[in-house]
Structure formats: structure tokens, C-alpha cells
Design a protein around this ligand. Structure first.
Ligand SMILES: *[C@@H]1O[C@H](CO)[C@@H](O)[C@H](O)[C@H]1NC(C)=O
Ligand SMILES: *[C@@H]1O[C@H](CO)[C@@H](O)[C@H](O)[C@H]1NC(C)=O
Length: 568
């Protein structure tokens, strides 16, 4: 797919570099310290870094081809998802790669552990001085100004020439993850379109124009209230940065908003990286409660698992995102849906690491799992200040092998893009063919608007959207309203969870990687044509007929998605 354009250009730079470095090949570099960080000098000589080494898969092109074959309706292999072992056969590194890297580590007195079920990720603790030697690097201390948090990174990293064909990704190196933030913006009144009460579909309560509760989403999108029946089906909800989901809050939520089901309905918990999920008012996390309440409370009867990570990744999203996908991929049957409402800006990551994470999502799709992410709440600016000139993309929404979910408000057919909703074009990942026609139609209509501020050949996102403004939740015993694409990803996950339930009941495969199915069936969505996002002192991108980079293909029509899924 995107096989590192960045890597290729750096490679040619390395060829031109002085002879003294000729036994190293430059792997990645960053021209300057990213904004928001300052260089705080040499790393302590006693410091050790937990170095993750990503080895090339022996046949990623074969995996990608298989992913599309099992995910594209009409293909002879549609729905024929792979087992762990079959996926591993593509994803695992060659014996030659394992041996070469193991010998190199060994000669430096180091021993790595394998940290992924397919064997392509190794972890080894390396003293900083040794990492500098082994990778021709200059690991230093950098301070994140806003939080004071210090991380050890290098602005350039190389690998010995003979290992260049074996090592695909390295972390920590030039990726500067920021402390992970929850996607929950403050919403202004202007995010709500005015509603003509006479125009409301009969089933949608007028109160849904100002406050979202599960019945609003059920009415707007035709989401069934009848319980799911399939126990092998599940939705996994990602939990990070000590956001803990509370059973007491879920109970209050269900008692108030789902009087038709037992308020004792609850979720399972899975922990990784030393994670936990303590219970108590002071441990309540708004994000975690939102995500759990709008999956358990909307995907009626679908088993939901809260997957809670420890602190390992508090200096950025990459470790957390890698570890959760590696952990779930180790299961014989992966949760059919994984929803994540966390993220960061694409430029914070190295292209190599973004690619490697994205490849793990492709593997998850071949196993029959759908990866959903909130598209982000920074409009076209991401985390930049409003004085920015260039739009930036959210990470990992630029990855073509996952489904990015944006936010709208208002009642169909007048749903309107939320101005905070992130959308645009990746600068790391190339545009996948499944969206080429839809995106071209948009770009043609866009003309020269925003020209130069984005990369029109990049993977465009979001793919779809749902409501995302003023969701009522319970957190820490308090009822409150929250907004953001954080509301949208769990809502969309619930729709897919319920469709999967019906598919499994009919003896069919779950949907798995969604995008080829979605772009082939745009009529399954309520097209959103109103509103726009904002950022960099612009009106960002506008919604329009068909796909657009603020609301994607639109909001879900449950009956239409189910019918198309059963027919696929
Ligand atoms: C509409 O919503 C309001 C506020 O939640 C509620 O009081 C009212 O009973 C609802 N009306 C109908 C017809 O469901
Ligand atoms: C996932 O995490 C759990 C809990 O820490 C651990 O027992 C299990 O071995 C992990 N699985 C993989 C594949 O990493």
C-alpha cells in the first residue's frame, strides 16, 4: 500500500551522506523539534529505553490482497476471514530477519522478547549510550512544554546496512507522541443547527435536537431495541490514560434511559499492560463512561468488553494503540468491533510507525474485526493553534485499513456537520482505491478552495459519521452532557455490533473491515450535506452531496446496512 515514500526519499539522502556513515542507512529523521516540545539536553547516561523493533512482515502485500478479497462484496472470498495462524503466515517476519536482528542484539549483549502474536514486534531494553551506538542516533531528553512531561527521543535514527531490509519500524525514535488526550471539546451554541419542528420525522422526539439519549439514536438511525442473541459476538471498547468505566454509572444510565432492559446489564473487562478498572466515584472517567454507556446502552444485548491499558503509553498513543491491537490479536477469535475515542496528530508519529500500526489493523480486518476511531475534534487544524497555515490529519485516521467516524448534530434529514469534527487528507498514507471515485467527485466540486493546505492524493477521512453533540451520560454519579467525535465512534460501533449479531444469527460472517463494503453502498447512509468543519482561520471543508471530508458517506441507516450486509 503506502510502502513508505518517506522511507524511500530518506534512503536516497543516506546514499549521498558522507562515507564515515556508509555502514548505516538512515531510517528516519525529523528536521526540527516538533512544536510544543523543547530540547532539554542529553538523556541521563544511566537511562534505558524500552526499544520496540518492528520487523518487516514476510508478505504484507499478500495480506493486503487477502484483506480486500475477504472485505470487498462480490469477491469470491467475501467474508472468508482468516484464522490467527493463517494471518500469522503473512504477518510473521522471515527466519532470516529474526536471525539477523537477534544476532545483532546478541552481539551487543541484548536479548529481545516478542511482543506481538504474529512475531513482527520485538521489545528490548537498551541503555541510551548503546542505542546511540547501535542506531547511529542521538537520543536526548525533550520536554512537553504544556505538561512538563519528559521523553527520550532522537531526531534521526539509522540502522546497520545489513539490517535495513529487516527492520521496518523503531520506537522510541523520531515519533513524538504527546500525552494522550480525550476527544471531548467544548461546544458552542452555533454547533446546533436550528430545527424546524414541523419537518421532524414522527418517531424522533423534538428534544433530540438539543440533547441526545439512546432513544434519539434509535429513532434517527432505526437502531433496533430488541436484544441481540449471539454470544460469540462482541464489541471491545478501548480505555487509556486511567479513564475507568463505572458499573454504578452504567446502572444509573440504563435505569434512566433504557427502562426496557435490565439496569443490571453490564460489561466485561480485559486488561493489558498492567491496566486496571477501579470502581468508585473518584475513579469515574467521562470518556470511559460515555464509551461504555453508548455501547452497552445502544447495542442491546451485544457483549461489550472494556479493554483497559496501563500507563506504559502515557508519553503518546503509539505504544497504547500497538499494545491493545497486539493483545486482542492474540485471541483465537478477535472482538468483531473495536472502538477507540483517543488519538493524536498525524505529524507526531514517524511514517514508519504509523504504517506498521496500520498494517496491524489490516491483519485485524482479515480476522473479521472492524476497527473504528473517533475522527478527532480539532477540525482541520488538529492540535495546532488557529494561526496555522496547513491542515493536518488525525492519527490514526489516515490509515486506510480502519474506519474513521466524524460527528454531526441536528435531526435527519437536516443533520449538520459539527464544526469541531476532524476530516481531511493524510500526508502519510496514499488514497486507497475503494474511495477514489467518491473522493474525486468531492475534489472536483471543491475546485481550488484550500489548495495547498492539504494533500489531495492522501487517504481521505472520515468514512462515516453519527450524532456527536450533547450526549447525556452519567459519570461519577452525575448526569451531564458531553460532545465530540468520542460520542460518534461508540454509537457507530453499536450499529455494527447489532448488524454483526444478525449476520452471525443467519450463519454469516461478521462485517470485518468495513470500508470497501461502505463505499460500494453509499445509499446505506443518510447523506449529510449541511455544515462544515473549521480550523487555521478557514471554514475547513464543507459537507455536500455524496462523500465529504467532514461527514464521510453520512450517518447510518440500520435497516439499509443490514439488508446490504445480508445480501453481500
Ligand atoms: C420527548 O422527550 C422528552 C424529554 O426527554 C420527554 O419528556 C417526552 O416524554 C418525550 N416525548 C415522547 C412522545 O416520547
Ligand atoms: C494480553 O494481556 C493479558 C493481561 O495482561 C495477558 O495475560 C495476555 O498474555 C496478553 N496477550 C497477548 C497476546 O499479549
Amino acid at each position: 500500500m503506502v510502502a513508505g515514500l518517506f522511507f524511500v526519499s530518506l534512503f536516497s539522502l543516506a546514499i549521498a551522506s558522507p562515507a564515515a556513515r556508509s555502514n548505516f542507512v538512515l531510517h528516519e529523521k525529523r528536521d526540527a523539534v516538533p512544536s510544543g516540545f523543547v530540547n532539554s539536553g542529553p538523556a541521563p547516561t544511566t537511562a534505558t529505553i524500552p526499544l520496540r523493533i518492528g520487523l518487516f512482515s514476510n508478505d504484507f502485500p499478500g495480506l493486503e490482497e487477502t484483506l480486500y478479497a475477504v472485505s470487498t462484496p462480490g469477491s469470491a472470498h467475501y467474508g472468508q476471514h482468516l484464522s490467527l495462524a493463517e494471518t500469522k503466515a503473512f504477518m510473521e517476519p522471515t527466519t532470516e530477519s529474526v536471525n539477523a536482528v537477534t544476532a545483532w542484539l546478541d552481539s551487543n549483549g541484548l536479548t529481545a522478547t516478542v511482543i506481538s502474536p504474529y512475531g513482527e514486534w520485538l521489545l528490548v531494553d537498551v541503555p541510551v549510550f548503546k542505542a546511540n551506538e547501535m542506531l547511529d542516533a542521538n537520543y536526548e531528553l525533550f520536554t512537553h512544554v504544556e505538561t512538563g512531561k519528559q521523553i527520550i527521543r532522537t531526531l534521526a535514527v539509522s540502522v546497520p546496512e545489513e539490517l535495513a531490509a529487516h527492520i521496518e519500524a523503531l520506537h522510541p525514535a523520531t515519533g513524538f507522541g504527546r500525552p494522550l488526550t480525550v476527544r471531548q471539546p467544548i461546544v458552542t451554541a452555533s454547533d446546533r443547527p436550528s430545527v424546524n419542528a414541523d419537518a421532524l420525522p414522527l418517531a424522533v422526539n423534538a428534544s433530540c435536537a438539543s440533547t441526545i439519549i439512546p432513544s434519539c439514536l434509535q429513532a434517527m438511525y432505526g437502531i433496533p431495541t430488541t436484544p441481540a442473541t449471539q454470544k460469540t459476538n462482541s464489541i471491545a471498547v478501548a480505555g487509556f490514560i486511567e479513564q475507568f468505566a463505572q458499573t454504578a454509572d452504567l446502572k444509573s444510565f440504563l435505569a434512566k434511559f433504557r427502562t426496557d432492559i435490565s439496569s443490571s446489564t453490564t460489561f466485561a473487562t480485559r486488561l493489558f499492560d498492567g491496566g486496571s478498572n477501579p470502581q468508585g466515584t473518584r475513579d469515574a472517567g467521562i470518556e470511559a463512561n460515555l464509551d461504555i454507556e453508548y455501547t452497552v446502552g445502544l447495542a442491546t444485548g451485544v457483549p461489550v468488553t472494556f479493554v483497559s491499558g496501563g500507563e506504559d503509553f502515557s508519553d503518546g498513543a503509539l505504544e497504547g494503540f500497538l499494545d491493545i491491537i497486539n493483545n486482542l490479536s492474540g485471541l483465537a477469535t478477535v472482538p468483531q468491533v473495536l472502538t477507540t475515542s483517543y488519538g493524536e496528530d498525524e505529524p507526531d508519529q514517524s511514517s514508519a510507525n504509523a504504517n506498521k500500526l496500520c498494517n496491524a489493523y489490516a491483519a485485524y480486518g482479515t480476522r473479521g474485526g472492524s476497527i473504528l476511531f473517533a475522527s478527532g475534534d480539532g477540525g482541520v487544524a488538529g492540535g495546532q493553534s488557529q494561526s496555522c497555515t496547513n491542515f493536518i490529519s488525525a492519527f490514526p485516521s489516515g490509515c486506510p485499513f480502519m474506519t474513521s467516524v466524524g460527528a454531526v448534530s441536528g435531526i435527519p434529514p437536516s443533520e449538520t456537520a459539527a464544526s469541531f469534527s476532524s476530516g481531511g487528507f493524510s500526508r502519510v498514507f496514499a488514497q486507497p482505491s475503494y474511495q477514489a471515485a467518491a473522493v474525486q467527485t468531492y475534489l472536483t466540486a471543491l475546485g481550488s478552495t484550500n489548495a495547498g493546505k492539504f494533500s489531495p492524493t492522501g487517504r481521505a477521512y472520515p468514512d462515516v459519521s453519527t450524532q456527536g453533540v450533547d450526549f447525556q451520560i452519567f459519570s461519577g454519579g452525575v448526569s451531564e452532557g458531553v460532545s465530540g467525535t468520542s460520542c460518534s465512534s461508540p454509537t457507530f460501533a453499536s450499529v455494527i455490533g447489532l448488524v454483526n449479531d444478525r449476520l452471525i444469527a443467519a450463519g454469516k460472517s461478521p462485517l470485518g473491515f468495513l470500508n470497501p463494503f461502505f463505499y460500494a453502498n453509499p445509499g446505506m447512509f443518510n447523506d449529510v450535506t449541511l455544515g462544515h468543519n473549521t480550523g487555521c482561520n478557514t471554514n475547513g471543508f464543507s459537507a455536500r452531496a455524496g462523500w465529504d471530508p467532514v461527514t464521510g458517506l453520512g450517518t447510518p441507516n440500520f435497516a439499509a446496512i443490514l439488508a446490504a450486509a445480508l445480501a453481500a
